[in-house]
Write a protein that binds this ligand. Structure first.
Ligand code: HEM
Length: 268
């Protein structure tokens, strides 16, 4: 017996093509198609992931009245971190964590012989100071604007951890060239850590990788510098930004003093 042909089930909305709009040109030539290619590619991904909803949640938000340039310091810190991550990847392509002279030699080679090596190394070295300065300025901004208060205490604590991790990056990176200055300066730094109460001696033993300062110390600093801490910083920046997007930013204190700390969104 021949079965009757069942009607096809309707397509879910997301898979239906874009409804026709007046003015749509149905005779698209190759030039129009190329012009639309970017839009079609983004649409293709969005149809399958709905990512644009998340992006809209993150990016399109009301900000308090009086928001000013000081509010860009957090993003500036983030871009300094991204620049460190990118330049660091290129440095890692040439660097060898070898305490018997290989580390120093690999940096000498990178600086003097590799194309743009000195430039990328300079960016990383100066960038580290820039990031430390920016993170302090950003922290000062959030402190003086009272942004550490309810409901943003957790973001302040995450920020505090980010500050410590940024300092650990500077400390561990300083040893890597393994020249006289970085060697002796790091011995001083590890000894200072050793004077801390209770955990101090354990911390300095952990940093040295034993009682002696040597090859294990360099490998350890390298692993901490390029794997452990950057991963933790990236994850914490994610949490930090999630909370900023969720809670919104604080209005400047001079507006609060006037009792006018309402967000723009409260007005609409
Ligand atoms: C790697 C380091 C850091 C990055 C990349 C970062 C990034 C950001 C960004 C992009 C914002 C939103 C825009 C702004 O207000 O500037 C923000 C807000 C905030 N950050 Fe950071 N931050 C870092 C470290 C810190 C530190 C050290 C603290 C304090 C201990 C801190 C506390 C806060 C607070 C409380 C807010 C909310 C500001 C408000 O509501 O007005 N952050 N951060």
């Amino acid at each position: 017996m021949k079965l009757p042909k069942l009607p096809a089930p309707p397509l879910p909305n997301a898979l239906q093509g874009r409804p026709e709009r007046p003015g749509d040109d149905k005779r698209q030539g190759p030039v129009e198609q190329v012009k639309e290619a970017g839009i079609s590619a983004v649409d293709w991904v969005d149809e399958r992931t709905s990512l644009s909803g998340g992006l809209r949640w993150l990016m399109f938000r009301k900000v308090p009245k009086g928001t000013n340039w000081f509010y860009t310091l957090g993003s500036a810190t983030m871009f300094a971190f991204l620049s460190q991550a990118v330049t660091g990847v290129f440095l890692a392509m040439y660097y060898r964590p070898d305490a018997t002279g290989g580390a120093y030699e690999s940096i000498r080679h990178l600086t003097n012989e590799v194309f743009l090596g000195e430039f990328v190394r300079g960016m990383h070295k100066w960038g580290s100071s820039v990031m430390v300065i920016l993170v302090f300025l950003h922290m000062a901004r959030t402190f003086f604007f009272g942004a550490y208060k309810y409901p943003r205490e957790l973001n302040w604590v995450i920020g505090g951890v980010l500050l410590i991790l940024t300092m650990v990056m500077s400390f561990t990176g300083y040893l890597l060239p393994f020249d006289q200055r970085s060697y002796w300066a790091t011995i001083v730094g590890v000894n200072i850590n050793g004077t801390g109460p209770l955990v101090g001696p354990y911390l300095s033993d952990f940093l040295r990788g034993g009682a002696e300062f040597g090859a294990t110390t360099l490998s350890r600093f390298y692993a901490i510098h390029m794997l452990m801490i950057p991963g933790a910083i990236a994850a914490l920046i994610g949490a930090h930004l999630y909370l900023v997007a969720k809670l919104g930013t604080t209005a400047p204190p001079w507006l609060k003093a006037n009792g006018d700390d309402r967000l723009e969104q409260d007005r609409v």
